[in-house]
Design a binder for this molecule. Structure first.
Ligand code: PMM
Length: 286
């Protein structure tokens, strides 16, 4: 089936005829929405397989929480969390991506079978990352990022959030290409919630085609984030907890799929798998 929306493709990854679904496995004790739930290799692998059974096209494995205010995990611990889970899922034939800001973790995860490196810092956190990914010849997610989670809220200052994110992403794309990563392997991501307040995130979701105009496939990761808590908060009430934001997440998945996202990254796969299929059907009927 041919698509009417050109979502782009990343060299080295399968091609889907609709927006792909990336399921999240956080092997962490403290991620904001699912910390502690899959903090064991067997449970994490099982969870990844469950996400595939529910409709995930690829599974993103991370061992470091990036929630606002989080402090960094050390390298040995991150390796211990991530590598066996990547190996276990890849051995089952799952398309695995690794969510890490460390070159050593990316390299070891690729050896263990990961086929995509997802670095929320876009290569800024570790000077070894870009050379490692270039050498491994795997696709690379360049996310919009302004600084580590412990102080990113103070960096959420914009005059024109869409224009500034586009400009800063373009600069990072040029830097990683200069560093040796093939342009065909890049995926870009607006970094919802990273140095952004709710109005910034909403503006970025409203303007995805402007990000897509950078010419690379677009990954959108809204799942359970704070801006959805804001949207769902009734007057005078506190925001619903992260795990009660899955219907809102699926709504963003439908919008993102309909406006050209290549993939959406979510914790709860079932509703988003339906959302991207509905978006595909609507696209086919246009
Ligand atoms: N957000 C989180 C983690 N990894 N990766 C990408 N590419 N984009 C994101 O927005 C992103 C990410 C936040 O933590 P979570 O794993 O609990 O969603």
């Amino acid at each position: 089936m041919s698509t009417t929306i050109d979502r782009g493709t990343a060299l080295g990854l399968p091609e889907w005829d609709r927006c792909a679904v990336m399921g999240v496995v956080n092997v962490t004790p403290d991620s904001f929405s699912d910390g502690g739930r899959w903090f064991d290799t067997t449970a994490a692998v099982k969870h990844g397989l469950d996400l595939v059974a529910e409709g995930a096209d690829l599974v993103d494995v991370g061992g470091e929480s990036t929630r606002p205010g989080a402090t960094r995990v050390d390298e040995e611990e991150e390796l211990r969390r991530v590598v066996p889970v990547v190996r276990g899922l890849a051995a089952e034939g799952v398309t695995v991506s690794v969510d890490t800001m460390r070159a050593s973790v990316a390299a070891r995860a690729v050896e263990a079978g990961a086929v995509l490196v997802n670095d929320v810092s876009g290569g800024l956190a570790d000077p070894g990352m870009v050379p490692a990914v270039a050498a491994a010849e795997v696709p690379f997610v360049v996310m919009h990022w302004r600084g580590f989670s412990d102080n990113m809220n103070s960096l959420a200052v914009y005059d024109d959030v869409v224009g500034e994110v586009v400009t800063e992403l373009r600069t990072r794309m040029e830097a990683v290409i200069d560093g040796g990563i093939a342009p065909e392997r890049l995926v870009i991501d607006p970094g919802l919630g990273f140095a952004k307040l709710a109005p910034h995130d909403l503006a970025l979701v409203a303007h995805l085609p402007e990000l897509r105009a950078l010419g690379r496939p677009l990954l959108v990761a809204a799942s359970r984030k704070r801006f959805l808590g804001h949207v769902l908060t009734r007057e005078g009430a506190t925001p619903p907890p992260a795990r009660e934001r899955d219907a809102a997440t699926a709504a963003v998945s439908a919008i993102a799929a309909h406006t050209g996202a290549w993939a959406v990254r979510v914790h709860e796969v079932r509703a988003t798998a339906d959302a991207v299929r509905v978006a595909r059907a609507v696209e086919g009927a246009a």
